[in-house]
Design a protein around this ligand. Sequence first.
Ligand code: ZN
Length: 138
Amino acid sequence: MLSAAAAGCSSYDRSLTRQTPVVTSLVTTGYCKCKSCCGWKRNWYGRPVFAYGTLKGKPKKVGVTATGTRAGKGTIAADRSIFPFGTVMYIEGYGYGTVEDVGGAIKGQHIDLYFHSHQQAREWGKQSQEVRVWVPNR
Ligand SMILES: [Zn+2]
């Protein structure tokens, strides 16, 4: 019910969704901006830094996506080599979202859906489903 109420809150390119989507089977997982979902920790000075990966130890802007937007409902993390930033998706039970983030574990046919709370992200869990995808023209 929560996801249904929140669906449609995000901004996405509506002109894109007038085109015929590609329907593809993807694994979807939920995430939020917390430490365990986004792989950050506080350094000695109490500032958030990346906990691992190539940016380990580098400052991390918590709740800010890879494209610099504020993460919110409708923010999707995906593998940029497959789904470039700006790709619009419709996920049953979640609603419309836009690819504007990346994740260390997000590779291939796997996307991450942003939720405001860790509990909501955990409740979504991991699902395999048909997703409607609109890749922007470049
Ligand atoms: Zn979390």
